[in-house]
Ligand binder design. Structure first.
Ligand code: PLP
Length: 535
């Protein structure tokens, strides 16, 4: 605990007593220490409040409560209430795909305007619009950028059945981490041979499912996992640690074996008669460093070589899984690319590393796969939320006054916007039908719908278009790690139920238009909320 000038002598004494104790070595000791630390802090806070309240007028004693003569429960029970369905207001589920001219923000905004108008006044969304055409173009672009690498879409990123079906129909495979994800891929018609079960620590039920489903390729990074896989006929990929420390979500601390563990794991496969068929890595989601991919390919090559040395008579390794971490998008002229900004260094770095360490002539039958999630999902989905309440406040600081326009929308950090907390996402939004910027210097705050005060989507953003109750906000590029982590906290039908309120489109073009350039955008380059610290 931090000792500040205001820390009371009592708290200081409690802390030094704690510091003097021998290090806890039992669970009860650890719990006792945690409680004492908390009690010390609470006593300190109470002492500060008592000191403040001593000078204040004490409130009058509370009046005795008079209970009603007739106890409420004796009254007739209320009439039965219609069950809540979470079915998304008056927008019936639909899997049909509509063609729209343009899948950029202005085109999607026009499309959403017609859908929500038809859905009626009670409909509040949130509603996803998934552009299958965008995902299909991203798949084509992938194949051009990486001719040697077969993509396996990471279902966890946006587990939408129609998106999965569209990709599967075009020959894409899938990375699944659980039975539920694998069933989505299989139900979409994907053969088990195009699925990699890329969870290095599987639940027992998932291991049994693997055995029964015919999916035979999975990852591991520990001997324990091999023991679990003994009863299956899986081929395994050794996940090695690979880190782009600048990525949005590095995985190295959790997954991937260390260099010194590799030989032991190779032997452990042989001892258990489990077929080690290759190497997998993931440099981190939202990777930024092309060198991290090149270094990881080089590290994988070392494993291939070590395997040949240790097991010269075994079937050679024949699969390399370069994981995920790729970002995708559309350039202004509408072309899909691994980097929408036109920066090809990740593509070049990975292709060159493959050519250098795994030349085709030496590895003619090597199968190279990847597990891109964000690449396919991010730009292929947009979210539409309704403004369900608003008010205006005056901010006063150092005699300066400024208006703060606050509004509530139908989804927040317990829904799609959990990505603000878990994925470092900074959303941007446009007002469907176009909200005007009225020249005021008011700041705009947008809250999510739950009662948690942390549930904030934008905090005090300047130059935002004016927003009123009944407006709709469209959040483009919002597929990656949004609905996937949503829940229905407060019983609100957030994006956890998005499946029933998703609309599917196939855009004819993703080229940016003059209308896109004119849209006023709500955007902030700092996150609206952070996880609170209490003690
Ligand atoms: C094993 C594995 N593969 C692939 C992915 C997808 O990563 P990305 O969305 O960065 O491409 C993840 C993300 O968590 C993952 O854990």
């Amino acid at each position: 605990m931090l000792v500040t000038e205001s820390t009371t002598p009592h708290a200081v004494a409690a802390m030094s007593e704690l510091a003097a104790r021998p290090r806890a070595n039992s669970l009860s000791q650890i719990q006792a220490d945690a409680w004492s630390r908390r009690d010390a802090r609470i006593s300190e806070i109470n002492a500060q409040w008592s000191a403040r309240l001593d000078g204040a007028t004490k409130p009058p004693p509370a009046k005795a409560v008079e209970w009603p003569a007739e106890w409420p429960s004796r009254r007739a029970p209320p009439a039965a209430v219609e069950p809540v369905t979470n079915a998304g207001g008056s927008l019936p589920p639909s899997t049909s795909v509509e063609t729209i001219l343009n899948g950029r923000a202005a085109g999607l905004s026009d499309y959403c305007a017609t859908v929500v108008k038809k859905a009626g006044a009670d409909f509040a969304g949130p509603m996803y619009v998934v552009d299958l055409g965008a995902a299909e173009r991203l798949l084509e672009a992938w194949r051009i950028a990486f001719p040697r690498i077969e993509p396996r879409y990471a279902v966890k990123c946006f587990p939408d059945s129609q998106l999965i079906k569209a990709l599967s129909d075009q020959g894409c495979g899938f990375d699944c981490a659980s039975e539920k994800e694998a069933r989505l891929a299989l139900d979409a018609g994907c053969p088990p041979s195009r699925i990699v079960f890329a969870n290095p620590c599987k639940l027992p039920a998932d291991v049994a499912f693997l055995h029964a489903s015919g999916i035979s390729l999975t990852t591991f990074d520990s001997i324990d996992e091999l023991d679990k896989l003994r009863a299956t006929d899986c081929r395994v990929l050794l996940r090695i640690r690979a880190d782009d420390s600048a990525s949005r979500l590095p995985f190295g601390a959790k997954y991937g074996c260390l260099e010194g563990e590799i030989a032991g794991l190779i032997e452990a496969c042989a001892d258990r008669n489990i077929r080690l068929c290759g190497v997998a890595f993931h440099v981190g989601s939202g990777a930024r460093s092309p060198k991290a991919f090149a270094d990881a390919v080089c590290a994988a090559k070392r494993v291939f070589d070590l395997y040949t040395t240790l097991r010269p008579h075994a079937t050679p390794l024949d699969v390399l899984d370069v994981g995920g971490g790729f970002c995708g998008g559309f350039s202004d002229d509408g072309n899909a690319a691994v980097s929408a900004s036109g920066d090809c260094t990740v593509v070049d770095a990975l292709n060159q590393a493959l050519t250098k360490y795994f030349p085709l002539a030496q590895y003619p039958s090597l199968q190279i796969i990847a597990e891109p999630g964000r690449y396919f999902a991010e730009a292929s989905a947009a979210l539409c939320c309704r403004v369900v309440g608003s008010r205006s406040r005056e901010l006063v600081s150092n005699n300066n006054r400024r208006e703060e326009r606050q509004c509530w929308i139908s989804d927040g950090v317990y829904g799609a916007f959990n990505a603000i907390v878990y994925d470092g996402w900074l959303p941007h939004a446009v007002v469907v039908g176009g909200g005007g910027v009225d020249g005021s210097d008011a700041l705009t705050t947008v809250f999510g719908p739950t009662c948690d005060s942390l549930d904030v989507v934008f905090s005090r953003v300047a130059d935002a278009p004016s927003i009123r109750r009944g407006d709709w906000l469209l959040f483009p590029c919002c597929g990656a790690y949004t609905s996937a982590g949503a829940c229905d906290f407060n019983g609100l039908p957030a994006t956890a139920y998005a499946g029933v309120r998703t609309r599917y489109v196939r855009s004819a073009s993703m080229a940016s238009t003059d209308a896109d350039a004119e849209l006023p955008v709500i955007y902030s380059d700092r996150p609206p909320c952070e996880v609170r610290r209490y003690f």
